[in-house]
Write a protein that binds this ligand. Structure first.
Ligand code: FAD
Length: 500
């Protein structure tokens, strides 16, 4: 009898069932488990719960008679119902908890991970070679060489590895949108309607609670939709990706970003096909090198780096709290209550998350994450908040990005400095300060910007750590030049206690 193969809900593309190292038997029956307990553990954004269930059910519909789709309370119960005592294979799951679970079950064979560009062993060897000094830029160049991505022989295409310099422009002024071609939008179907009915029933009868709005589904739930989204991006939007990658516009939250993260993380797209499609666009003269390199850097550099670090740092990384931050995440933030917020940047970004479960990397890092860091919120709670609130969030992507990069809770294992800024950065990189009740330049008084005040307070609180770091020592020198530091430190406590 052929051994059944179990697909987790983030292993939904064809590359989880095809040939290659550790391949699944071509005729293997497939098992999928919809476990309600996952949704009980955290109060997820409803659009995220919708997307995940819709994508699993779309995959089951594609696989037809080949799949045994089980609705269960837990994975344990679901597995028992689906295969009893029979053996089953599964590709390496994406979280420590899931790996522990599959390894603890008898007769479960764990096959190598799919959906990433490099094997764990290759990364470990690279990390050892670098004596634990893990620089993202070095890693990225290594991946480019290893996978022959955007290379002309041994040299990077166009002669330069890094085009960041061309990709950090502020937004165009005096226009509310970038004017980029619109992104792909899926059409909902019967499966989405059934998913909505399931979620309504869970809320009504099972006491499961969600946050945020479950408007029309915005992200692909099937391979066909994900391929259409990739084609739309590389064919029409990639060319403009680079220059304004770090900019924010209130009226144009997506700009030229790809919106592909949820499709990649559900396993609907393989990163190799995404970077190959981007490189093809460059070779065909359809997109400039700075935009293509910027996108390849995100996927082959950042996404891959984060995945590898999650396993390399190990399970205990989630308990890191180098800055000893213990403030609880306030209710208005946890509830995505944008209406309670006065600062226009934070209100706008929080509303984007509430309405869509998505915002691009700079609002995540320099608005949401930076605000939490300045106020000393507990990094575990902040990480959990991101995990619940974003359509593309999974444990592996959360720990390095939030615990490490955004909250600096690992004391610098992931990044060389804490990422935070005063209102001046937000003002320069967005149109979010115009019409705000606060002024980015003010650090005291009625119109003091919560980011500016928060930045100086953070610098003051961690002055000895920041003074000892080459990349942040100038911030401490700036602090020492403030004649009104006392006033800044005693400026209205509302920034810490309630919604600013
Ligand atoms: P684009 O800007 O178009 O980038 C292309 C692709 O690159 C993305 O689709 C994504 O797959 C990949 N990518 C880029 N940076 C990263 C990164 N740091 N980690 C992982 N993948 C990356 N990304 C997630 O996929 N899930 C998350 O939960 C998540 N949380 C984040 C939290 C914080 C605090 C920060 C700073 C970043 C986080 N990111 C996360 C990374 C990044 O913000 C999102 O991948 C990106 O905004 C998704 O939108 P996009 O698909 O339009 O990305």
């Amino acid at each position: 009898m052929t051994t059944a193969h179990w697909l987790f809900g983030d292993q939904l593309g064809p590359h989880f069932l095809t040939r290659g190292p550790g391949a699944v038997d071509q005729d293997a029956p497939v098992v999928m488990i919809e476990a309600r307990s996952v949704f009980r553990r955290r109060r997820f954004h409803r659009a995220k719960a919708h997307l995940v269930l819709s994508a699993m059910r779309h995959r089951a519909a594609e696989l037809g008679d080949r799949v045994r789709y089980v609705h269960a309370e837990t994975y344990r119960e679901g597995l028992r119902e689906a295969v009893g005592r029979d053996p089953v294979t599964v590709h390496h799951p994406t979280s420590h908890a899931a790996v522990r679970f599959v390894r603890s079950r008898p007769r479960v064979e764990v096959l190598p991970a799919r959906g990433f560009l490099l094997a764990h062993d290759a990364f470990r060897a690279w990390a050892e070679e670098h004596d634990g000094h893990l620089r993202q830029e070095d890693f990225y160049r290594w991946v480019r060489r290893e996978r022959d991505l955007l290379m002309d022989g041994a040299e990077p295409a166009g002669g330069r590895w890094n085009h960041d310099h061309d990709n950090r422009e502020p937004p165009p002024r005096d226009t509310p949108t970038l004017g980029a071609p619109t992104p792909y939008r899926p059409q909902e179907n019967d499966i989405d309607e059934e998913v909505r009915a399931t979620l309504d029933r869970w809320e009504r009868e099972d006491g499961i609670r969600f946050a945020g709005r479950d408007g029309p589904r915005r992200f692909p739930a099937s391979r066909r939709e994900a391929q259409a989204a990739l084609r739309r991006f590389t064919g029409h939007r990639l060319a403009g990706f680079g220059p304004h990658e770090d900019a924010m516009l209130a009226g144009d939250p997506v700009m030229s970003h790809s919106l592909l993260s949820s499709s990649l993380n559900l396993g609907l797209l393989d990163p190799a096909e995404c970077v190959a499609a981007a490189e093809d666009a460059y070779r065909a003269g359809e997109a400039p090198l700075n935009s293509v390199e910027g996108f390849v850097r995100q996927v082959a550099g950042w996404r891959e780096y984060v995945w590898q670090l999650y396993w390399y740092f190990g399970e205990d990384y989630r308990n890191s709290n180098a800055l000893r931050h213990h403030e609880p995440v306030p209710e208005w933030f946890a509830d995505l209550d944008a209406e309670a917020v006065t600062a226009r940047c934070l209100a706008t970004v929080l509303a984007q998350v509430r309405d869509t479960g998505w915002t691009h990397h700079i609002p995540r890092l320099m608005v949401l994450g930076s605000f939490a860091l300045q106020r000393g919120w507990d990094p575990r709670e902040v990480t959990d908040w991101f995990h619940r609130s974003f359509v593309d969030a999974y444990d592996w992507v959360m720990l390095p990005n939030v615990t490490g990069m955004s909250q600096y809770a690992d004391g610098g294992r992931m990044t060389t400095k804490p990422y935070t800024s005063g209102g001046a950065y937000i003002h320069r990189m967005s149109d979010l300060c115009s019409g705000c009740a606060y002024r980015p330049s003010d650090r005291t008084g009625e119109r003091a910007c919560p980011f500016t005040t928060g930045y100086w307070r953070f610098t003051h609180r961690h002055r000895s750590l920041l003074a000892g770091n080459q990349r942040t020592s100038r911030a401490v020198q700036g602090l020492d030049r403030l004649s009104d530091l006392d006033d800044v430190l005693h400026t209205d406590r509302r920034f810490d206690d309630g919604a600013p």
